[in-house]
Write a protein that binds this ligand. Structure first.
Ligand SMILES: C[S@@+](CC[C@H](N)C(=O)[O-])C[C@H]1O[C@@H](n2cnc3c(N)ncnc32)[C@H](O)[C@@H]1O
Length: 297
C-alpha cells in the first residue's frame, strides 16, 4: 500500500506526449464479452504481433482462441491462487507485466470486455510503463455495459446514465439521480475483498435499502448477463427492486434500473439557451410512449 501512496499522480495525457526513451512496448487490449466476436481488428493485430501475451479472461474458449492467435499467450490466473487480497494480486500482475516490458519486449496484456473498465492492473500497467519511459497504449474493447445498451435497447444519452461499482456505490454513499438510468456492476461480489464468490442475501439487503430510498419497491430492475458465446442469448431477468434476491445474481451479473419518471425540463434554463418553447414541449413534456408514437425521439 505504501508504494501506492508514494507514487506521483499519473497524468495519462502528459505521459503520452513524452516520447518513449526505451524499446519495450506495452499494449493493453480488450477482447469484448463474446468469444472471438467482439475484438477490434487493431486489438487482434496487437495480440498476434506481441512477443508475450498475458491474459485474464473468463472462459476457456477465449483462452484457446488467444493461444491460436499467439502461441506465447499465458494466463495470469495463477496470481489469484492462495491469495486473500485482491489488491496484492493486482499489484503483482502489474509488476509481472512490466518485468517483461523492461526486457525490451512487445507485451500485450489482454482483458475481457473493455480493458479499462473495472480492471485495476490495466491502467496501472500503462501508467507505470510510461513513467518508466516505455511506449504504452490501451485499446478499447466492448464492455458488458455496451452489450447491455444493445440488448436492453437503452440509449444512455437519452435520459442520462449513471454507472457504479456496487460496493463503492454503498460505501461512499454515491449520489445518483433516479430520473436517470442506473447501472450497477459487480453486485455478485458485493462487499467482497477476497475471492468469495457467493453473494449473501444479507449483503444484498444493504443495497436494496439504499435503492428503496429512491425507488418504489415495485420499480423494475433487470439482472443482465451478456452472452459470452456466439451461439448463446443474453440473460435478462426482469424483476423489481423489492423482489430482487441473491439467488438471481451471479459473478457476471450487472444490474440495470430504468428511470423513475420522465424528466421535467427547466424552462428558464431552456429559454436562456435559446431553445424554442414548443420544441421543449414536444421533446420533454410528452410521455415516452407519445414521443415514440410520434417518432420525435
Ligand atoms: C471486473 S468487472 C470487468 C468488466 C469488464 N472489463 C468489462 O469491460 O465489461 C466484472 C463485472 O463486469 C460485469 N460483467 C462481466 N461479464 C459480464 C457479462 N457477461 N454480462 C453482464 N455483465 C458482465 C459484471 O458486473 C461483473 O461483476
Amino acid at each position: 500500500m505504501d508504494a501506492l501512496v508514494a507514487e506521483k499522480p499519473f497524468d495519462p495525457i502528459a505521459t503520452r506526449s513524452e516520447p518513449p526513451v526505451k524499446t519495450g512496448f506495452l499494449s493493453v487490449v480488450g477482447v469484448g464479452i463474446k468469444l472471438a466476436a467482439q475484438t477490434s481488428l487493431e486489438a487482434k493485430a496487437h495480440i498476434e504481433a506481441a512477443d508475450r501475451v498475458f491474459y485474464l479472461v473468463t472462459d476457456p474458449g477465449t483462452e484457446y482462441w488467444l493461444t491460436s492467435l499467439n502461441p506465447a499467450a499465458q494466463s495470469l490466473q495463477s496470481f489469484y491462487e492462495d491469495r486473500s487480497s485482491r489488491l496484492a494480486t493486482y499489484l503483482d500482475i502489474t509488476e509481472y507485466i512490466l518485468e517483461h516490458v523492461r526486457q525490451g519486449l512487445h507485451v500485450c496484456a489482454v482483458f475481457y470486455g473493455h480493458p479499462g473498465i473495472f480492471v485495476f492492473p490495466s491502467h496501472r500497467a500503462v501508467a507505470r510503463a510510461r513513467q518508466e519511459g516505455f511506449d504504452a497504449v490501451m485499446l478499447p474493447g466492448i464492455s458488458a455495459e455496451d452489450c447491455l445498451f444493445a440488448d436492453l435497447g437503452v440509449d444512455p444519452a437519452r435520459k442520462g446514465c449513471q454507472s457504479f461499482e456496487a460496493t463503492d456505490f454503498l460505501i461512499f454513499d454515491r449520489t445518483f439521480d433516479p430520473r436517470n438510468n442506473l447501472v450497477l456492476w459487480q453486485v455478485g461480489v458485493l462487499g467482497e475483498v477476497g475471492y468469495k464468490i457467493s453473494l449473501s442475501q444479507e449483503k444484498l439487503e444493504v443495497l436494496k435499502e439504499k435503492l428503496l430510498k429512491a425507488y418504489p419497491a415495485d420499480h423494475p430492475l433487470t439482472v443482465y448477463e451478456a452472452a459470452r458465446y456466439p451461439v448463446c442469448d443474453p440473460t435478462m431477468l426482469r424483476t423489481t427492486i423489492g423482489e430482487l434476491d441473491a439467488s438471481m445474481i451471479s459473478t457476471i451479473s450487472t444490474l440495470f434500473i430504468p428511470p423513475v419518471a420522465q424528466r421535467k425540463p427547466d424552462l428558464d434554463i431552456a429559454k436562456r439557451l435559446g431553445i424554442p418553447e414548443d420544441f421543449i414541449k414536444r421533446r420533454f413534456e410528452l410521455s415516452d410512449e407519445e414521443i415514440e408514437r410520434l417518432g420525435l425521439d
